[in-house]
Write a protein that binds this ligand. Sequence first.
Ligand code: IPM
Ligand code: MN
Length: 381
Amino acid sequence: MVKQTKKNPEKVYKIAVLPGDGIGTEVTAQSIKVLNMIAETYGHHFEYTGGLIGAVAIDQTGSALPPETVEICMESDAVLFGAVGHPKYDNDPDAKVRPEQGILGIRKALQLFANIRPINTYPALYELSPLKKERLAEVDFIIFRELTGGIYFGAKETAADGSSASDNCVYSRKEIERIARLAFDYAAKRKKKVTLVDKANVLETSRLWRKVVREITADYPEIEVDYMFVDNAAMQILLNPQQFDIMLTENMFGDILSDEASVLSGSLGMLPSASVGRGTALFEPIHGSYPQAAGKDIANPTGSILSAAMMLDHFGLQREAEVVRNAVEWLLDNNFVTKDIDPINFYFTSTIGDLVSDFVGNKIPGVVHKENIEVRKSTVI
Ligand code: IPM
Ligand code: MN
């Protein structure tokens, strides 16, 4: 964590900005707007350096993760990431380079072994969730997804004649222990419960996860630990999501369960994440590049803006992070939402960014004149 505040008012926070593909550019631009207003209002200094990643990087350099991008990230205090992915690669199983290699590569290069995905619900969005209201109230858990190991990074092979293929799933004790300790430390500051999600009735790697986690529980006597098979966990997220505090799991299970859990909040567009480990921490919305919406100013920038809030937390700027989160609550309370949330009465991506920025800068008057925003005359309402 970068130490700051009064002792060090001149601190310049260097932020690497990797917008990537599709809606990545639009949503990231809103976060920067908000960060700039935070800087102006609270007297901080953020310095941005852009980098290429994903399909745009392939188009310009032939690589989804040019070495220059890795360098920029390594020299920064944090990375703000948008999204990667392009349909032309999704439908081509023979593609040699893929946009996704960009995000997988940067996670590995920065050794970001823990992906932290908070799952919250908002009363204003209960209607959008497929679950009943009673199941959504007070849902507040965090998925700790291991991010640099497992089947994602194990040896991959296709037989020379193309008749079979394999992906190896490998975990070392060390890889399990470092994220498990982080998860337990977080739980200690929250509801003091960790649920390990695995498939220990079938997989050898899962049995190692259970063994290592069981060993370290000795150091955390105040934490309640639950062990749950992943198939059951997929069901429990829908049946009784209130039971979770910290959900700890391996890479692929975490990928799948976090998309599932996102429906609780009402829209995938709402959810932020932080990836932390040994190198520069990276902040990204959990949604993808959503190519159908790219360039239309309709994407939901909230996931990115809340990721920027997690970045502020990481800088030790808790008060500033809280103001950004309050702004998002205020948006929802006033029905300032994007098309994914209200397909009829929606606001543009850039308008949402302006509104959050105005809120953060204390520029929202007591009375809200929605007609001015609807016609996009003014952002200061
Ligand atoms: C995510 C994404 C990535 C992943 C893709 C884009 C490689 O789905 O961040 O959840 O699978 O980790
Ligand atoms: Mn995913």
